[in-house]
Design a protein around this ligand. Structure first.
Ligand code: NI
Length: 190
């Protein structure tokens, strides 16, 4: 399965709205297998199609403790509850992290590769990933949700890049900017 080439800010496709998929096309399995492969190669927990140059409304998510990825076609957040602040990054914005406002829990709806409806009730990292990836598909990025404009910081070159945030505290130990956010980094560990 080929690794697809990533799109990075300021590529305008990251600001485009994805197109809803009607009947799931036969080649979707191959396409999403490649997305999953690319996400794993990039050490991400999620990837939206516009990040690899497609405007199909599809995202894949695989949390660190999952054995399989999920494919979400036409994913939508149906409802959100609560508000929290979490540290986040994005494969399309390498070298940065930010402190963002996210929901405590969400309900999401999507369609699977088999065309059946998937309903997800999530909190923690999965809720964050769902908000992040559905955001991508609307042309939104995590930097649009910073707690304050100053809550974006550089991480050292050569540091690990991950979609969403890290599970461990390795980003807390990195650059000076990150140190100020140690508390939030700790909080987000689910
Ligand atoms: Ni992202």
């Amino acid at each position: 399965m080929p690794i697809l080439s990533m799109r990075f800010l300021p590529d305008p496709i990251l600001r485009r709205q994805a197109r809803k998929i009607g009947k799931v096309p036969a080649n979707m399995k191959k396409f999403t297998d490649d997305m999953i492969e690319t996400m794993r190669d990039e050490l991400g927990v999620g990837l939206a199609a516009n990040q690899i140059g497609s405007l199909q409304k599809v995202a894949v998510i695989q949390l660190p403790d999952w054995e399989e990825a999920i494919v979400l076609i036409n994913p939508e957040i149906v409802s959100r509850e609560g508000e929290r602040e979490v540290v986040e990054g994005c494969l399309s914005i390498p070298g940065y992290r930010g402190l963002v406002k996210r929901s405590v829990s969400v309900r999401a709806r999507a369609i699977g590769l088999d065309g059946k409806v998937i309903r997800i009730k999530a909190d923690g990292l999965l809720a964050q990933a769902l908000e992040h990836e559905t955001g991508h598909l609307q042309g939104s990025l995590y930097i649009d949700h910073l707690v304050t404009p100053d809550d974006l910081w550089k991480i050292p070159q050569g540091g690990e890049e991950e979609e969403e945030e890290e599970e461990s505290d390795d980003n807390a130990a990195s650059g000076s900017g990150a140190d100020e956010h140690t508390h939030e980094v700790g909080e987000q560990t689910e």
